[in-house]
Ligand binder design. Structure first.
Ligand code: GUN
Ligand code: FE
Length: 452
C-alpha cells in the first residue's frame, strides 16, 4: 500500500529538505526542514515546515520510510519556464550569430526551417531539443516549430512522451519576400492552423497544448492576422509572436501597416492581445504600447542572449515591471546561442548591468528578481501560474533537485553557506551536472528513462 494523505487522495511521494522558490511578495523564499507531499496526479497536497518527520507522517498518514530526504547540499527549486524557444532552430544553436535579425532570418533560419518537412530530420532535432532543455531544467517550454503541421505535431508528441510541459506552435507566415520557398498561401495557413489545433487537442496530451503562432507582423498579411485573432478568441487559446526586437524590423512594420499607430497596435487591431498572449523581445516599446500590454494582460518574453547576439537591443526589464506587465525569460534558441535557462538568467543580469553602466540611475535587477522571472514570472507570462511556477498546495510538482556539490561539478562550497548564497552560486556557476533530478507533474523525467 502506498502512503495516503489527509486529503483523501493517495500520496505518491514525500520530499523532505530545503525548498527555494518565489512568491509574489518575496523574490526568493527559502523553506528549510520542509516536507512536500505530491499525489498521483502530480499535484502538491501539503507543505509542512519545521516539524519532525515522525509527527508529520502520523498527522498526514504516510510511512516515514517513503520519504525522500535531501542531502546537505541539495535543494528543490521550481522547474524553469522557457517562455520563447524555436525548437526548429536547435540544429544551428551556437553558430551563425554574425548578422542582424532580418538578414539572419533569410540567410540562416529559413533554409533550416524548410528542412522540417522531413519527418526523420524533425524527429531527430525535436528529440534533441526536448531532452537538452529538460535536462537543463526547463520543465515548461513555449515552442515555435515550423509551418509544417505534421512535424509540429511530432514535436508535441515528443514533449509529451519525454515528459516536458509545453505550448507548441505551428508557425504561420503567408508573406516572405526574402525566402519565398518558405511560406504558405493565406488559405493554407488558415486551414493548417485549424487542423493543427483540432488534431493536437484531440490527442489529449496532459502536458502539451497548442499555441497560435503568427511568426511576426512582417511575415503575415492582415487577413491572416485577423483569422488568427478570431481563432484564438473562439478557442480561448494561447498566442505567441515577436514584437519590437530590432529597429529595422520596427520600421518595416510601420511601412507594411501604415494604418496602425504602432507595432503593438498591429497585434491589438487584429485581436491578438489577451492574457494568453506572449510576445518575445519588446525592446523598443513606447510607454503607450506598454500600457496596452498591461490593459490586455499580454506578456513579454525577455530574450537577453538573443538580443545581444543579434545586436538587436537591450530590454529595460525594470521599466516593464513598473508598467505592471507580466514578464518571463526566453532562450530564443537559435538567435540566443544557449538552450539553458541558467544562461538566460545570467544574460538578463548582464543586460541589466550594461543598462546601469549606460545610466547609473538605472535600477539593476538582482539575482533574486531574475530567479523569479525564470520560474514564477514565466508561469505568469504564459498564464499558467494557477498550475506551476512555485511550490503551493494545488499546483503541479514541477521541480528541480539541485545538488551544488556533485563530484567533478562546476561549484566549490568553501564555507558553511546560507541557502541564498548556495542558490546564487548555482545560478551563476551551475550547469546540468548540478540538476540531478527533474520532475514534471510529480513524475521524475530526468535522469531519462531510456525508453522515452
Ligand atoms: N522574428 C521573426 N522570426 C524570428 C526568429 O525566428 N527569431 C527571432 N529572434 N526573431 C524573429
Ligand atoms: Fe524568437
Amino acid at each position: 500500500m502506498g502512503p495516503s494523505s489527509d486529503t483523501g487522495t493517495s500520496l505518491k511521494s514525500v520530499f523532505w529538505g530545503t525548498f527555494v522558490h518565489s512568491t509574489c511578495n518575496e523574490a526568493v523564499q527559502v523553506l528549510e526542514d520542509t516536507a512536500v507531499g505530491v499525489d498521483h496526479e502530480g499535484k502538491i497536497v501539503f507543505i509542512k515546515t519545521g516539524e519532525d518527520v515522525q509527527r508529520v507522517s502520523q498527522e498526514v498518514g504516510f510511512n516515514a520510510a517513503d520519504v525522500k530526504q535531501l542531502g546537505k547540499h541539495e535543494f528543490f527549486m521550481p522547474g524553469m519556464v522557457d517562455a520563447h524557444i524555436h525548437a526548429s532552430q536547435y540544429s544551428f544553436t551556437g553558430t551563425a550569430l554574425d548578422l542582424p535579425l532580418l538578414e539572419w532570418l533569410n540567410t540562416y533560419t529559413f533554409p533550416v526551417e524548410a528542412q522540417f518537412e522531413d519527418p526523420e530530420f524533425a524527429k531527430k532535432i525535436y528529440s534533441q531539443v526536448v531532452r537538452r532543455t529538460l535536462r537543463n531544467g526547463t520543465t515548461t517550454a513555449c515552442y515555435f516549430a515550423t509551418i509544417y503541421t505534421e512535424t509540429t505535431l511530432l514535436l508535441a508528441e515528443i514533449a509529451d512522451r519525454v515528459g516536458q510541459r509545453a505550448l507548441v506552435g505551428k508557425v504561420c507566415m503567408d508573406r516572405n519576400d526574402g525566402a519565398s520557398y518558405y511560406k504558405e498561401s493565406t488559405e493554407e495557413s488558415m486551414r493548417e492552423t485549424d487542423k493543427f489545433i483540432t488534431q493536437l487537442l484531440g490527442k489529449g496530451y496532459p502536458l502539451v497544448s497548442p499555441i497560435i503562432t503568427p511568426r511576426f507582423a512582417p511575415s503575415c498579411t492582415s487577413p491572416l492576422l485577423e483569422f488568427l485573432g478570431k481563432t484564438a478568441k473562439n478557442n480561448d487559446i494561447h498566442v505567441q509572436s515577436h514584437i519590437s526586437e530590432n529597429r529595422d524590423e520596427v520600421n518595416l512594420v510601420q511601412q507594411l501597416f501604415p494604418d496602425c499607430k504602432s507595432y503593438t497596435d498591429v497585434y491589438l487591431k487584429h485581436g491578438l492581445l489577451s492574457r494568453k498572449t506572449v510576445m518575445a523581445h519588446a525592446c523598443y516599446l513606447s510607454d503607450k504600447e506598454l500600457e496596452i500590454f498591461h490593459k490586455t494582460g499580454a506578456s513579454i518574453a525577455h530574450c537577453p542572449n538573443s538580443n545581444i547576439s543579434l545586436c538587436s537591443g537591450m530590454l529595460d526589464v525594470s521599466r516593464v515591471m513598473k508598467h505592471k506587465v507580466k514578464i518571463g525569460l526566453g532562450t530564443d534558441v537559435a538567435g540566443g546561442y544557449a538552450p539553458s535557462m541558467l544562461d538566460a538568467i545570467r544574460r538578463a543580469i548582464d543586460t541589466s548591468k550594461a543598462l546601469t553602466i549606460l545610466d547609473p540611475k538605472h535600477q539593476t535587477l538582482t539575482f533574486q528578481e531574475v530567479f523569479r522571472l525564470a520560474t514564477l514570472g514565466g508561469s505568469q507570462a504564459l498564464s499558467l501560474d494557477d498550475q506551476i511556477g512555485n511550490f503551493a498546495v494545488g499546483k503541479n510538482f514541477d521541480a528541480l533537485l539541485v545538488n551544488v556539490s556533485v563530484p567533478d561539478g562546476p561549484i566549490d562550497i568553501c564555507n558553511e553557506e546560507d541557502p541564498k548564497v548556495i542558490l546564487e552560486k548555482f545560478l551563476n556557476l551551475g550547469d546540468d551536472r548540478n540538476i540531478v533530478e527533474v520532475y514534471v507533474a510529480g513524475r521524475r523525467v530526468v535522469p531519462f528513462d531510456n525508453t522515452s
